[in-house]
Write a protein that binds this ligand. Structure first.
Ligand code: MRU
Length: 351
């Protein structure tokens, strides 16, 4: 693997609005190459989300919002109603990219609302640019707040197990689960992180390990199959993961493999904490109404393009799983902790 200068993930931006274009890190090239794409069309942003050039719930929410902002900014329409029609079709395309993370829909709706309320083409262009930039800044501020709330749960010397990548690369910056770890490190605590590789797309080894090594945070990469063994040996003090959607009844949808961590954590008396901002909460739906994305077979039968399974084998590739609230010790949010989450406590904090 070629040597690349290690970036500082405490300050790096995964997605940003720059000169009326969307600048994003190409996450498919990591950890080998840190390169940026400059996108100017909503179709390009939709493709980037679908192919996981950008991934992670908050990051795709902001990217989709910016994709829609591109549609408004670069539209040739002179008439306001025609502009709204045009952006409705871009919104539909962006919505179709990935079904599980609710942040995607939150981001699109936020830009649509601003555009609709603006009243003219000129005002729409001005207002959506400002909103896109605001969402970028807000994301980092929210993660830092969430990080500080969660850091209170982390003791000096803890080993924290995570899953997938809920770091700076899954957000505009700083991260949610890794934001908690960064905040604890900033408070002077020694924190060790256990990073499962997270098959099939390997966000743990490619992205989380890369972030933590870059920032000099102590981490150990393990195979997904080692999780139960490490917990059973007492090598995990806390589990902190991200979330793609938390439904009104307290079910946590996150990267496949999260549920087994939660079950094992409970079996061994280890606290289990999902960390998520307000934009990840879906107060309108219950767990039985959520679509879990099923991705292509290639991710499973191949590792980084190389085939590892026989041709003709049947494959199932659910990208997310669902953890019920009874396995959750507390949810860490930018509005504080929700201990023993329930429909009532979630609606109290999030409404
Ligand atoms: O398929 P991905 O890589 O988009 O899945 C990402 C996750 O599951 C993250 O844990 C989740 O989005 C939280 S990110 C702060």
């Amino acid at each position: 693997m070629p040597h690349i200068a290690l970036p500082d993930f405490f300050t790096l931006r995964t997605v940003s609005w720059a000169n009326d274009s969307v600048r994003m890190i190409d996450q498919t090239a990591l950890p080998g190459r840190l390169s940026y794409l400059n996108l100017t069309r909503p179709e390009e942003v939709a493709r980037a989300i679908r192919t996981m050039v950008v991934r992670g719930a908050p990051a795709i929410g902001v990217a989709a919002a910016m994709g829609l902002a591109l549609a408004v900014t670069h539209s040739k329409q002179n008439d306001f109603r025609s502009l709204l029609k045009e952006i409705d079709s871009s919104a539909a395309l962006l919505r179709s990219t990935r079904p599980t993370a609710v942040n995607l829909f939150w981001g699109i709706d936020r830009i649509l609302k601003v555009a609709r309320a603006s009243g003219s083409v000129a005002k729409a262009k001005e207002a959506v640019r400002a909103e896109a930039k605001r969402m970028e800044e807000e994301d980092v501020a929210v993660n830092k707040r969430l990080g500080r709330a969660g850091a209170a749960l982390i003791s000096d010397g803890d080993t924290v197990l995570t899953q997938c990548n809920a770091g700076a690369l899954a957000t505009v910056g700083y991260g949610t689960a890794l934001g908690v770890i960064r905040a604890a490190v900033e408070q002077g605590k020694l924190v060790k992180v256990l990073v499962p590789e997270t098959r099939p797309a390997l966000q743990g080894s490619r992205l989380t390990a890369f972030e933590l090594v870059s920032d000099g945070i102590d981490c150990t990469l393990i195979s997904d199959t080692a999780v139960g063994h490490m917990i059973s040996l007492g090598r995990v003090d806390k589990v902190v993961v991200g979330a793609d959607r938390i439904t009104r009844d307290g079910y946590v949808f996150n990267k496949i493999g999260t549920y087994q961590e939660a079950v094992l954590a409970q079996r061994h008396g280890v606290p289990f904490y999902p960390a998520a901002p307000r934009s990840t909460f879906d107060l309108t739906r219950t767990h039985d109404q959520i679509t879990i994305e099923e991705r292509g077979a290639d991710e499973v039968v191949k590792v980084r393009g190389r085939r590892i399974a026989p041709k003709g084998v049947r494959v199932a590739n659910p990208a997310f799983d669902m953890t019920p609230p009874e396995l959750v010790t507390a949810i860490i949010t930018d509005r504080g902790l929700i201990a023993a989450p329930s429909e009532e406590s979630i609606s109290q904090v999030m409404s």
